[in-house]
Structure formats: C-alpha cells, structure tokens
Design a protein around this ligand. Structure first.
Ligand SMILES: Cc1cc2nc3c(=O)[nH]c(=O)nc-3n(C[C@H](O)[C@H](O)[C@H](O)COP(=O)(O)OP(=O)(O)OC[C@H]3O[C@@H](n4cnc5c(N)ncnc54)[C@H](O)[C@@H]3O)c2cc1C
Length: 433
C-alpha cells in the first residue's frame, strides 16, 4: 500500500508534469541536458526505483519487492506517463541482464555505476528492430518464416578477443538519442538466420557509434526515439552476454516474456488514467441541467471501461507473477506449485500468457482511451486536455514492442504447438461430445 501511494505521488507530482512539458516540446529540445526527461528519470533513480528489478545482491531489502509490488509500480508509471514508463523499462534492460548473465568484471565496470547512480547519468536502451526488420525481427522468431529473414542490418564479427559491430538499428529505439549503453541484438556476419546471433552490451560513447536525432511521433513523445549507427565499433569479449548458441533463441523468447509482462502492466496504467480522467470529467460536465454522469449511456460506458481495466489488470499481474516464478500457469494442469521462489525470472515463463497479457492490456488501453475521448466531447480533442495525449499514447501501444497482430500470431503458434489438453479424457468421449 505504501509503495502504491508513493509511486502514485511520483506519478502525480513528477511524471505527469514532466510528460506534459515533453509532449509539447520540439523533439530536439527533449534531449537537452536539464530537460524534464532527465528531471523525471533522475527523480526515479534518486529514490532507488531502478534497483527494484535487480536480483540480490544489487537490490536490497528496501528495494526488493514481489511481482505484485512490481506490477503496482509499473501501473503507476503508466498512469503517469507512457513515454517515461517505457524509458524506465528500457533503461533497466541492459543492466538487469548484466546482473543475470554478465561476468564479474562487467558487473564491476558497467552495472555498479548504474546501480549507484542517483542522478540519471547512465541510461540504457534496447536495440532490437532494424529499418528492414520490424515484425520479422526477434518479435516473431517462432514463425518459420524467420528463416527467410535474410541478412540483419547489424552484424558482428570476431577480431582476436574483441568483436566488431557494423550497421544500423531502426529509428524507433526508445531512449536511444540519450542512452549511454545499449543491449543489442546482432547477427553473425555472413549469416542469414536471425537465430545465428548474439546479445551484447555496447557502451554508446565508443568510437564509431552515432546516435540519431529524436523524431516526432504520434504518441509516447515523452520518450525520445532514434536510430543507432555502428561503424566498426569494437567491443571487448566480456560484453557478450549471450553467445551464438541454441540458448540465444530461448533467451529471446524469455526476454520477450519479460518485456510483455512489464508493458502489460504499464498499459493498464494508461487505461486507468483515461478512465479516471473521464470519471472526473463526467461528474463535473453539466448538460441538460445535470452532470452528464447521470445519463445512462455515460454510466454504461464508464462501467464497460472499468470492467476492461479490472480484467486486464488480472492478466497483467498474473503474467508478471509467472515470470518471477511466483505462481503456476493457470491453464497447466500438471503444475500446482510455483516453480521457483521469487526471483528475476525462472526462465520458464509462458510466451502465450505473457503475450496474451500484453495484447489484451494494449487493446483495452486504446478502447478505454477512445471511450474517454468520446465522453469528454470537443474538450477532449483540444490539446489543453489530457484525453488527447492518452488517446495518442494508447494508439502507439498497438505498435510499440510488437504489433498486436504479430504478437497474437506468436501467441497462437505457442498455443497450437504447446497447449496440453487433458490426457485423461478417453478419445471416444471427446468424439461423442
Ligand atoms: C513507441 C515505440 C517504441 C519502440 N521502442 C523500441 C525499442 O526500444 N527498441 C526497438 O528495437 N524497437 C522499438 N520499437 C519498434 C517496434 O518494436 C516496431 O515498430 C514493431 O515491432 C513493428 O515493426 P515495424 O514498425 O517495422 O512494422 P512492420 O513490421 O513493417 O509492420 C507493418 C504492418 O504489417 C504487419 N505485419 C508485419 N509482418 C507480419 C506478419 N509476419 N504477419 C502478419 N502481419 C504482419 C504488422 O502487424 C503491421 O500492421 C518501438 C516502436 C514504437 C512505436
């Protein structure tokens, strides 16, 4: 309860005002030192929230929380600002993964300064998609067509104990224009299959790295996005977190379970923000001699928004709990016990459940934001209102982190291949039914 209250206070006092300013600024100003972006991220770091997702010993008793605590926190971030919540998520990604897979040397050199950072000096990003590889990049590796993917636009080749990287990531990499470190997916030079790749950490101040300028987007403007260019960028061997091996595919799958579970909880926060704004507005707006909340059509719309948020929240929290090994899959009859005690991930997370949580929460976030806009009339369309920003943000959720269609196809493939029906029902009984 304390965590929710405190996270909500930050969302109200810090994230919302910073997001409002960022949303109205030209993109190039958002990334200047001292911009509201750095104020918001700095505030979250000064309070130690970035340590919340790290395994021991990097998070302490003050910052270590259960899956429920993390879900509550992410929902509040999403309520405050989709862009800043995304920024917080991608910032963590390289460093949490170093904590899980990095060598002691990399932890000492790269992870510890980030852990101890209270100002926002270090910032991570996730370089996954490329100009020609959006949906058919790592987002849909389960699809056999991934094998016709062709050459990636970021390749890596060995050079003694080091590795050399060349190429370009897409213009949509969140926080790239201001990031200091990138968790990067690369393909081995000369290969055509994306699974013949590696996951590496790149210090973005290295020679040969160029960060693109932020671009103006419809939504999530409070998180600058841009390309990353690599020209003969040399990284030491210790920066390879996952080498080219069969594990690379498993790793990507589980990484997407983590990002899906996180974004699902953030999307619930976006939906709740739209619902609460609409509830307040309809209580105050008088038409026909009474507050519009008294009209039956308005009441039914508000109820349906509420119902969607509550169901999406259950899915989203369930996915995060399963990711952390705190609860079994609901559709798996063979498991009735959690598989592992609380941890960062049991690496046995269920892709279809994580995708389902993400898809459903993103879908309802847009539906709820759309309803909220309708309930607010012309006021909602004006840039004086929060409604139009939430509408734009919720719409961009349908593309961010994988499009709804591609995520759904990915979940369907997992379902068709791995869903186990009850083995104990005799075939003839099924046929009679
Ligand atoms: C706000 C935001 C933040 C982002 N942050 C990051 C980030 O931090 N890091 C990063 O690497 N990327 C990031 N992205 C990129 C994002 O992951 C991609 O935009 C997304 O995966 C879709 O790729 P695309 O835009 O190239 O669309 P495309 O892949 O070109 O898709 C276009 C359309 O075709 C459909 N389609 C494509 N392939 C198939 C298929 N096989 N079957 C059926 N339909 C298909 C899609 O559903 C979509 O409707 C971000 C994007 C946004 C909008």
């Amino acid at each position: 309860m304390l965590l929710k209250k405190e996270a909500h206070r930050i969302a109200v006092e810090v994230l919302r005002p910073c997001a409002r300013e960022l949303d109205r600024m030209p993109p190039e100003q958002r990334i200047l030192p001292g911009s509201p972006y750095f104020q918001a991220i700095g505030q979250l770091k000064s309070l130690g929230y970035h340590r919340m997702f790290l395994p021991a010993p990097y998070s302490d008793s003050d910052t270590q929380v259960s899956a429920l605590g993390r879900a509550i926190f992410l929902e509040e971030l999403g309520w405050g600002s989709l862009g800043l919540a995304t920024a917080f998520g991608v910032d963590m990604l390289p460093f949490v993964l170093i904590a899980m897979f990095g060598s002691d040397e990399l932890k000492e050199e790269v992870l510890l300064p980030w852990v101890e950072d209270t100002e926002g000096k270090y910032h991570g990003c996730w370089g996954a998609t490329e100009p020609d590889h959006g949906s058919d990049g790592i987002m849909s590796l389960r699809d056999e067509s991934g094998l016709t993917f062709g050459k990636a636009q970021v390749s890596i080749q060995s050079s003694g104990d080091d590795w050399i990287i060349n190429g370009q990531k897409s213009a949509w990499v969140s926080s790239a224009p201001i990031a200091t470190h990138c968790a990067l997916h690369v393909q081995l030079a000369g290969e055509e299959n994306p699974l013949h790749g590696m996951f590496v950490i790149v210090d973005l101040s290295s020679e040969g790295v160029t960060l693109g300028q932020p671009i103006q987007m419809l939504g999530a403007r409070d998180d600058p996005q841009g390309e990353i260019f690599f020209e003969n960028v040399r990284i030491p061997g210790k920066n390879v977190l996952v080498a080219n091996s069969p594990f690379y595919g498993v790793f990507i799958d589980q990484l997407l379970c983590a990002t899906s579970s996180n974004i699902a909880n953030i999307a619930v926060g976006v939906a709740r923000a739209a619902f609460e704004e609409a509830l307040e507005y309809t209580r105050r707006r008088v038409q026909g001699g009474q507050p519009i909340v008294n009209h039956k059509n308005v009441q039914l719309t508000l109820y349906s928004m509420f119902e969607k948020i509550e169901t999406a929240r259950c899915f989203a929290r369930q996915a995060l709990a399963f990711l952390q090994g705190e609860t079994p899959k609901l559709d798996d009859l063979s498991q009735d016990e959690p598989q592992s005690p609380m941890g960062i991930s049991n690496f046995l997370s269920s892709p279809r459940h994580a995708r389902c949580a993400q898809i459903y929460a993103k879908r309802i976030a847009f539906e709820v934001a759309n309803d909220a806009l309708q309930l607010s009339g012309a006021f909602g369309l004006s840039d004086e209102s929060l409604f139009e920003k939430l509408f734009r943000d919720a719409r961009s959720l349908w593309i961010e982190d994988g499009t709804l269609e591609v995520l759904s196809l990915d979940a369907a493939r997992d379902l068709i291949k791995n869903y186990e029906t009850d083995q104990y029902v005799p075939t003839e009984v099924i046929q009679r039914w």
